[in-house]
Design a binder for this molecule. Structure first.
Ligand SMILES: [Zn+2]
Length: 181
Protein backbone atom coordinates (compact mmCIF):
# COMPACT_ATOMS: atom_id res chain seq x y z
CA UNK A 1 0.00 0.00 0.00
CA UNK A 2 1.48 3.32 -1.11
CA UNK A 3 2.11 5.90 1.59
CA UNK A 4 2.11 9.59 0.83
CA UNK A 5 2.83 12.37 3.26
CA UNK A 6 1.95 15.49 1.36
CA UNK A 7 -0.69 17.89 2.57
CA UNK A 8 -2.84 17.91 -0.59
CA UNK A 9 -4.17 14.75 -2.18
CA UNK A 10 -6.43 13.90 -5.08
CA UNK A 11 -9.16 12.62 -2.79
CA UNK A 12 -11.09 10.31 -5.14
CA UNK A 13 -7.88 8.93 -6.63
CA UNK A 14 -6.60 8.31 -3.10
CA UNK A 15 -9.62 6.10 -2.38
CA UNK A 16 -9.65 4.44 -5.80
CA UNK A 17 -6.03 3.35 -5.35
CA UNK A 18 -6.52 2.34 -1.71
CA UNK A 19 -3.77 4.66 -0.51
CA UNK A 20 -2.77 5.75 2.95
CA UNK A 21 -0.89 8.76 4.24
CA UNK A 22 0.42 10.17 7.48
CA UNK A 23 2.19 13.24 8.73
CA UNK A 24 2.92 15.75 11.45
CA UNK A 25 1.83 19.39 11.47
CA UNK A 26 3.16 22.01 13.90
CA UNK A 27 0.22 22.96 16.13
CA UNK A 28 1.00 26.65 15.68
CA UNK A 29 -0.22 26.37 12.07
CA UNK A 30 -3.77 25.74 13.21
CA UNK A 31 -4.83 29.36 13.64
CA UNK A 32 -8.56 28.57 13.77
CA UNK A 33 -8.04 25.99 16.50
CA UNK A 34 -5.77 28.22 18.56
CA UNK A 35 -7.51 31.56 18.19
CA UNK A 36 -7.39 33.15 21.66
CA UNK A 37 -5.40 30.25 23.14
CA UNK A 38 -1.97 30.36 24.84
CA UNK A 39 1.25 29.90 22.92
CA UNK A 40 2.00 26.24 22.18
CA UNK A 41 5.15 24.52 23.46
CA UNK A 42 8.06 24.53 21.01
CA UNK A 43 7.86 21.50 18.74
CA UNK A 44 4.24 20.71 19.60
CA UNK A 45 2.64 18.98 16.64
CA UNK A 46 -0.46 17.13 15.58
CA UNK A 47 0.08 13.65 14.18
CA UNK A 48 -2.35 12.27 11.63
CA UNK A 49 -2.96 9.10 9.67
CA UNK A 50 -5.35 8.78 6.74
CA UNK A 51 -6.39 5.66 4.87
CA UNK A 52 -8.75 4.93 2.04
CA UNK A 53 -11.84 2.82 2.68
CA UNK A 54 -15.32 2.16 1.34
CA UNK A 55 -18.65 2.35 3.12
CA UNK A 56 -21.20 -0.50 3.00
CA UNK A 57 -22.77 1.06 -0.09
CA UNK A 58 -19.42 1.65 -1.74
CA UNK A 59 -19.15 5.25 -0.56
CA UNK A 60 -15.60 6.59 -0.90
CA UNK A 61 -14.23 7.13 2.60
CA UNK A 62 -11.07 8.53 4.10
CA UNK A 63 -10.59 7.34 7.65
CA UNK A 64 -8.64 10.01 9.48
CA UNK A 65 -6.97 9.51 12.85
CA UNK A 66 -5.60 12.58 14.62
CA UNK A 67 -3.59 12.90 17.80
CA UNK A 68 -2.45 16.13 19.46
CA UNK A 69 -2.04 17.77 22.85
CA UNK A 70 -2.91 21.44 22.42
CA UNK A 71 -2.44 23.82 25.34
CA UNK A 72 -5.72 25.64 26.02
CA UNK A 73 -6.80 28.23 28.54
CA UNK A 74 -9.06 26.87 31.27
CA UNK A 75 -12.16 29.07 31.30
CA UNK A 76 -12.71 28.47 35.02
CA UNK A 77 -9.30 29.33 36.50
CA UNK A 78 -7.76 30.95 33.37
CA UNK A 79 -4.58 28.89 33.66
CA UNK A 80 -3.29 26.90 30.67
CA UNK A 81 -3.84 23.16 30.55
CA UNK A 82 -3.11 20.38 28.07
CA UNK A 83 -6.00 18.66 26.34
CA UNK A 84 -5.00 15.22 25.00
CA UNK A 85 -6.89 14.49 21.78
CA UNK A 86 -6.95 11.10 20.09
CA UNK A 87 -9.79 10.86 17.62
CA UNK A 88 -10.91 9.13 14.48
CA UNK A 89 -13.42 10.26 11.89
CA UNK A 90 -14.73 8.67 8.71
CA UNK A 91 -14.90 11.33 5.99
CA UNK A 92 -17.27 10.49 3.17
CA UNK A 93 -16.23 12.14 -0.07
CA UNK A 94 -19.01 13.77 -2.07
CA UNK A 95 -18.66 15.42 -5.45
CA UNK A 96 -20.92 18.45 -5.23
CA UNK A 97 -21.97 21.10 -2.72
CA UNK A 98 -25.56 19.93 -3.27
CA UNK A 99 -24.74 16.58 -1.71
CA UNK A 100 -23.43 18.33 1.39
CA UNK A 101 -26.57 20.43 1.65
CA UNK A 102 -28.84 17.44 1.06
CA UNK A 103 -27.34 15.84 4.14
CA UNK A 104 -28.29 18.77 6.33
CA UNK A 105 -31.82 19.14 4.94
CA UNK A 106 -32.61 15.49 5.47
CA UNK A 107 -31.01 13.97 8.58
CA UNK A 108 -30.04 10.35 8.10
CA UNK A 109 -32.12 7.72 9.85
CA UNK A 110 -30.46 6.09 12.85
CA UNK A 111 -30.15 2.72 11.15
CA UNK A 112 -28.63 4.31 8.06
CA UNK A 113 -25.11 2.91 7.80
CA UNK A 114 -23.98 6.22 6.31
CA UNK A 115 -25.07 8.13 9.41
CA UNK A 116 -21.63 7.82 11.01
CA UNK A 117 -19.86 9.37 8.07
CA UNK A 118 -18.91 13.02 7.94
CA UNK A 119 -19.61 14.29 4.44
CA UNK A 120 -16.89 16.45 2.91
CA UNK A 121 -16.40 17.84 -0.55
CA UNK A 122 -13.76 15.74 -2.29
CA UNK A 123 -11.44 17.39 -4.78
CA UNK A 124 -8.27 16.89 -6.74
CA UNK A 125 -6.51 19.18 -4.25
CA UNK A 126 -8.01 17.96 -1.01
CA UNK A 127 -6.44 19.64 2.02
CA UNK A 128 -5.73 17.00 4.65
CA UNK A 129 -4.42 19.57 7.12
CA UNK A 130 -7.75 21.38 7.01
CA UNK A 131 -9.52 18.12 7.83
CA UNK A 132 -7.09 17.49 10.70
CA UNK A 133 -7.77 20.96 12.07
CA UNK A 134 -11.56 20.53 11.73
CA UNK A 135 -11.39 17.28 13.68
CA UNK A 136 -9.26 18.85 16.44
CA UNK A 137 -11.71 21.76 16.69
CA UNK A 138 -14.60 19.30 17.08
CA UNK A 139 -12.71 17.61 19.93
CA UNK A 140 -12.26 20.82 21.94
CA UNK A 141 -15.16 21.31 24.39
CA UNK A 142 -17.32 24.40 23.98
CA UNK A 143 -15.99 25.61 27.33
CA UNK A 144 -12.50 24.13 27.76
CA UNK A 145 -11.54 23.64 31.41
CA UNK A 146 -9.57 21.49 33.83
CA UNK A 147 -11.40 18.51 35.29
CA UNK A 148 -10.19 19.86 38.63
CA UNK A 149 -8.50 23.24 38.70
CA UNK A 150 -5.16 23.35 40.56
CA UNK A 151 -5.43 24.98 43.99
CA UNK A 152 -4.30 28.60 44.16
CA UNK A 153 -4.62 29.19 40.43
CA UNK A 154 -6.80 31.72 38.75
CA UNK A 155 -7.56 35.36 39.01
CA UNK A 156 -6.94 35.66 42.77
CA UNK A 157 -3.43 34.28 42.44
CA UNK A 158 -2.16 35.29 39.06
CA UNK A 159 -3.43 38.68 37.98
CA UNK A 160 -1.77 42.06 38.33
CA UNK A 161 -3.35 43.92 41.29
CA UNK A 162 -5.91 46.56 40.44
CA UNK A 163 -6.20 45.60 36.82
CA UNK A 164 -8.47 42.64 36.23
CA UNK A 165 -7.78 40.86 32.97
CA UNK A 166 -10.56 40.93 30.39
CA UNK A 167 -10.57 37.14 30.55
CA UNK A 168 -11.25 37.22 34.28
CA UNK A 169 -14.15 39.62 33.77
CA UNK A 170 -15.53 37.40 31.04
CA UNK A 171 -15.17 34.32 33.24
CA UNK A 172 -17.07 36.00 36.07
CA UNK A 173 -19.87 36.95 33.69
CA UNK A 174 -20.01 33.34 32.53
CA UNK A 175 -20.07 32.08 36.13
CA UNK A 176 -23.00 34.34 36.87
CA UNK A 177 -24.84 33.21 33.75
CA UNK A 178 -24.21 29.59 34.74
CA UNK A 179 -25.70 29.91 38.23
CA UNK A 180 -28.82 27.92 38.93
CA UNK A 181 -27.95 25.13 36.52
ZN1 LIG B 1 -8.72 25.42 35.59
Amino acid sequence: MAVVTERFIDAFEFVRLGKSASGRVPLARFVRLLSGQPEQPAGAAAEWWARADRGPLGQPLIRLHVRAEPVLRCERCLEPFTLPIDSEVALQLVETEDELDADQAEPAAEDDPAADFEKVLGSRKFDLHEQVEDELILCVPYVPKHDVCPAGSGQEAGQAPGKPSPFAVLARLKDRAGEGE
